[in-house]
Design a protein around this ligand. Structure first.
Ligand SMILES: CC(C)(COP(=O)(O)OP(=O)(O)OC[C@H]1O[C@@H](n2cnc3c(N)ncnc32)[C@H](O)[C@@H]1OP(=O)(O)O)[C@@H](O)C(=O)NCCC(=O)NCCS
Length: 170
């Protein structure tokens, strides 16, 4: 299969925060943000693979800054690495200032999606060829995150997680 670039999967979701989507502090409810992230990542994974995709794992989410009601929220998702049937998708979350239009990074998430056929069986996806420095950095570290996710879900023995072990021995 021919390699694709991360930008071919770029998915941008722009929406606002309504009162029904907030917590007791009138900030965006975490579960609502997770759902939006999942949707954006799902579309990015479909764009890369051109297949049905399912969420296999949420590898990391950082709720760094609260997002108040009324905010304009922008999610930018891109495939950072493709393996055999699985893809890592990075989603960066920004808010946009009403008057200046300036964007501030507030949160980020890293998801794993798997491409499947109509019976739910995993199928191969095209490889990815990163272009920018950030894309290259995310590509390089993706195998480490995949191994961590597999170890945490009991799908890989810690002793087989070579990339993780290298972190602590270098
Ligand atoms: C994800 C799923 C398709 C994996 O199927 P499986 O039969 O276990 O297939 P495999 O073991 O061959 O795994 C397929 C790929 O997923 C990856 N994978 C599976 N679980 C993973 C996890 N927790 N973290 C990271 N990658 C994972 C495997 O490493 C493999 O990747 P690769 O082909 O790129 O090397 C299957 O578990 C599933 O359908 N889960 C439910 C998905 C779903 O409904 N999501 C929505 C939740 S509401």
């Amino acid at each position: 299969m021919e390699a694709k670039t991360p930008k071919e999967s770029l998915t941008i979701l722009t929406d606002m925060v309504l009162p029904a989507e907030t917590n007791a502090l009138n900030n965006l409810f975490g579960g609502e943000l997770l759902a939006r992230m999942d949707r954006a990542c799902s579309i990015a994974a479909q764009r890369h693979s051109k297949r049905i995709v399912v969420t296999a794992s949420v590898n990391h989410v950082a709720f760094n800054k609260a997002v108040p009601v009324g905010s304009v929220v922008i999610l930018e998702a891109k495939v950072s690495r493709a393996f055999t049937s699985s893809m890592e998708i990075y989603v960066d979350v920004w808010t946009e200032d009403r008057e200046s239009g300036q964007k501030t990074k507030v949160n980020e998430g890293i998801y794993t999606f798997v491409a499947v056929d109509r019976t739910g069986t995993p199928v191969k996806v095209p490889p990815i060829s990163p272009e920018t420095d950030l894309e290259k950095e995310r590509f390089e570290s993706a195998l480490r995150r995949k191994q961590l996710s597999l170890v945490l879900s009991g799908r890989m023995k810690p002793s087989d997680a070579t990339e993780l072990k290298a972190l602590f021995t270098s």
